[in-house]
Ligand binder design. Sequence first.
Ligand code: PGA
Length: 251
Amino acid sequence: MRRPLVAGNWKMNGTRASVAELIEALCQQELSPGVEVVVFPSSLHLTQVVEELEGRSIAVGAQDCSSEVGFGALTGEESASQLVDAGCKWVLVGHSERRLILGESDDVVSKKFVAALECGMAPVLCLGETLEQRQSGQTLEVVGRQLARVIAEAGIAAFKKAVVAYEPVWAIGSGLTATPQQAQQVHAAIREQLAREDQRIAEGVRVLYGGSVKAENASELFGMSDIDGGLIGGASLKANDFGAICRAAGN
Ligand code: PGA
């Protein structure tokens, strides 16, 4: 059995004060022990969140890391080694906002994935197609290509520790959610692609769905056989909504 995982991607949001309030409210939520919960604050707030969540069952991750490990001359970047030192256990790699707005290539994404694992963090590899790609019937091809690049760079064994997140670009922050059937089709294809390399690893990999997940639609999505939890943007900024989504993953 795969343990459900719910991840909150706070993106470029929050101040020290609002982050403190959010954490306090999150700590009031009743979370099911069967569900793993991780939050991804901006890197500015990582240390604060790690400190304020100490002793709680919510882990902390970063939204990105450098493709370079260790330390060195790379202005503005943060390496996986530094993030581990700050208390991060997880890191998002290849979020579509970074791929599409900041021009991150499959090559860079796969190097970041490897860098995270090398330093002992679990990467959450984000994959997804644009609206145009979906409308022209290229969804499985696009997602398959993004995944293949990472398998080629990191090897299938890397997926023992990694998580995959399917996030259709058209569903992110748009209020449009993929139907459970649309999401399930892609999730199953992702698992099949991994299974062609190693059946056992594929069965253990958690594949999250992301894109306008809300308390109201979470249960139906999480009820699909290959959907193992969610990567939550907007709704993760509201403790009650995020708590309800986490509970939905436990049912
Ligand atoms: P959303 O974002 O839940 O606001 O659509 C999801 C994400 O980008 O991870």
